[in-house]
Design a binder for this molecule. Structure first.
Ligand SMILES: [Fe+2]
Length: 360
């Protein structure tokens, strides 16, 4: 009786007598053997039940052993193949090794020799499989570590954005509010959770490039000169340059950082993208960012009221802002009380202070 975990093998030879010799030998070693009289029959058996070991004669009618070897290696690469050759076929045996056979046995063979070759071939197969598994696990671990490092770096950058905003009374809480607004718009538009996560990530980091803008320009109380305006408007490119290496797997979030000042009519910064050239996720964040900027106090102007900012969004629909994103914004935040606006003066006095929009 074979053991329940016995190794299975397939013996292929057109001569029944030789097949039986090999089968008896292998069964004596505890193998469970199947027999095939031709290459075609062997492939049919393998198709139904692949085995880890095939011992095959080289010279057979219909399909020779080399063709069978090629088929087995390409369809069942984990199967070990040993070819049985005549002494005069050494060249063929070498060709078989080059094709991927693990070993060969020359006829007439000694049973001890066959036994030793089979065991060696199976050892070699086991090492190959273990090595491959190790490589795969190693690759997976390296990928996991790389992802974790990127996550940690992005978390550090988020903390940096929040620290920058804390220092600046005009920007305090801006990135979180923009992320909340953008999340609400995206959810209203029926975007999948994975897309909403990318929108939130991009929105929270969208102004990271302001780290490169001079504070004197950022806080200038009066109107900006052209040069100062161009200096401020470098921040999307600076942000994308900083985040590019960390957002290789999140091109949408990176696009949000680079393109959140683009306009549908092509008059935006930095690339003058038009209409559908701007990804939907970016158009969503642009609406969220503009609304929060309008309802926030600036050194050079008071905050707009919610109603006024809503009117501005309506007015810019189709030219500056995506129509669907603006409508979704109005649906997602139907009244001023549902908005975590920055400036108290943006909110009518009789309304209660809102809590932040929940992301769920
Ligand atoms: Fe910005």
């Amino acid at each position: 009786m074979p053991q329940p975990n016995a190794m299975h093998c397939l013996v292929v030879d057109d001569e029944p007598r030789l097949r039986r010799v090999l089968v008896r030998l292998l069964e004596g070693e505890g193998f469970v053997c199947r027999e095939a009289g031709s290459g075609t029959e062997a492939l049919e058996l393998m198709r139904h039940e692949p085995v880890p070991l095939v011992i095959s004669d080289l010279r057979m009618p219909q399909m020779d052993g080399v063709t069978l070897l090629r088929e087995v290696i390409s369809r069942w690469p984990d199967t070990a193949v040993i070819v049985v050759t005549a002494v005069a076929e050494v060249e063929s045996a070498v060709a078989c090794l080059q094709l991927g056979a693990l070993d060969y046995v020359a006829k007439p063979f000694h049973l001890d020799e066959v036994r030793a070759r089979v065991m060696q071939a199976l050892d070699k197969r086991r090492l190959i499989l273990e090595n491959r598994m190790y490589q795969e696990q190693l690759e997976q671990r390296v990928q996991e570590q790389a992802r974790r490092i990127e996550e940690l770096s992005l978390e550090r950058l988020q903390a940096l954005v929040h620290a920058l905003e804390e220092k600046d009374p005009y920007l305090r809480g801006h990135s979180v509010r923009v992320a909340n607004y953008a999340f609400g718009i995206g959810r209203e538009l029926g975007l999948a959770p994975a897309a909403l996560d990318l929108i939130s990530m991009g929105a929270e980091l969208h102004d990271l490039g302001k780290i490169g803008v001079s504070e004197a320009v950022l806080h200038k109380p009066g109107k900006l000169t052209d040069v100062e305006y161009r200096h401020i408007m470098e921040h999307p490119v600076t942000g994308a340059r900083i985040l590019g290496p960390l957002m290789r797997d999140a091109p949408v979030a990176l696009a949000i950082v680079r393109s959140h000042h683009e306009r549908l009519d092509g008059k935006g910064f930095p690339d003058g993208l038009k209409g559908d050239e701007i990804p939907l996720e970016v158009r969503i964040v642009t609406v969220a960012d503009s609304f929060d900027a309008m309802t926030s106090l600036r050194p050079y102007r008071p905050a707009l009221s919610v109603a006024n900012a809503m009117d501005q969004l309506e007015e810019g629909k189709g030219r500056q802002f995506d129509q669907g994103a603006v409508q979704a914004f109005l649906r997602a935040f139907p009244d001023a009380a549902s908005l975590p606006v920055a400036s108290p003066e943006a909110r009518p006095l009789h309304l209660p202070t809102p809590v932040a929009v929940r992301r769920s």
